[in-house]
Design a protein around this ligand. Sequence first.
Ligand SMILES: Nc1ncnc2c1ncn2[C@@H]1O[C@H](COP(=O)(O)OP(=O)(O)O)[C@@H](O)[C@H]1O
Ligand SMILES: N[C@@H](CCOP(=O)(O)O)C(=O)O
Length: 318
Amino acid sequence: MAVYTQVSAEALTDFLARYDHGALVSAKGIAEGVENSNYMVDTTAGRYILTLYERRVAAGDLPFFMAMLDHVAADGNLVPRAFADRDGRVIQELEGRPACLIEFLSGVSVTRPTPSQAHAAAAAMGRMHHSLANFTSQRANTLGVDDWRPLLNRCGRSLDTIQAGLFDRVDTALAAVERDWPRDLAVSVIHADLFPDNVLMLDDRVTGLIDFYFACTDIRAYDLAVMHSAWAFDPAGEPLDPAVGRALVAGYDGAFGLSAAERAALPVLARGACLRFLLTRAWDWLNTPADALVTRKDPLAYARRLDWYERSDGFDAG
Ligand SMILES: Nc1ncnc2c1ncn2[C@@H]1O[C@H](COP(=O)(O)OP(=O)(O)O)[C@@H](O)[C@H]1O
Ligand SMILES: N[C@@H](CCOP(=O)(O)O)C(=O)O
């Protein structure tokens, strides 16, 4: 459960009084997620998401995320916008944290996607990339390829307390990724964390893309590689039906298109994605506060995915 900051009923009542979105009926901490504190808030006017930004989200980046959401929503993508209060303020402070009141979208996250669900989700990402082609704001990726080695060094040999030999394993894989990382592919603003838990669906239909707080400017095909690393495996990191991986590539290709160079780079981009999530999960595994209501994510599930990408010949086969 990700609730790092407890919100009192009194503070939430005062917070809601700034908006024209009804009075507090109930508020419940949301079990999913690891980065921010999220509450489902029911008011006399409807249902909302309350997010308090924690840990990796810098308050100064929030205007970029909100502008991105407004831009893609205005172009027809199903993403949640944050509401402005009566004074036009979107980003507030609550219990000492930056906070927003956000549109609630229906749908659920799948844990073992079918090929048709994977196809629909990747197509939704492709449509979002279309909309982002004329979004001119930029945000550097603070968890990009150049940040992985400093993060590895910050984790240090403590990695070996998670699994014997993990530091050397990651060090070797990272050296290969750094050597082979493509530097000439198209760059765009990307989501950078489009895991199944960040796509809301009803049956095979996408009802919402959420959690844009890692969005940044980076290699566009890296977004698909991140998605593949998250969707083509079960939560423990074991590969699903290979048709799921193929559906991701086909869904994206049909909606946006992949150049030959992007397609050829997918394996190294996916190995990079594995290292990125392995390292942040490992850091969190070693450093999450004992009193946080959060279920830490398993770094080794990403070591297993890395093993798979290293030994598999063809990305499309996955
Ligand atoms: N706009 C939304 N509409 C409906 N549910 C949402 C919305 N935003 C978040 N959620 C729910 O809250 C959970 C955690 O949100 P998420 O943004 O992934 O958290 P975190 O920022 O910690 O990664 C999601 O898995 C989803 O169940
Ligand atoms: N998707 C990342 C971390 C962020 O997870 P989220 O549930 O808060 O979106 C991971 O799985 O490591």
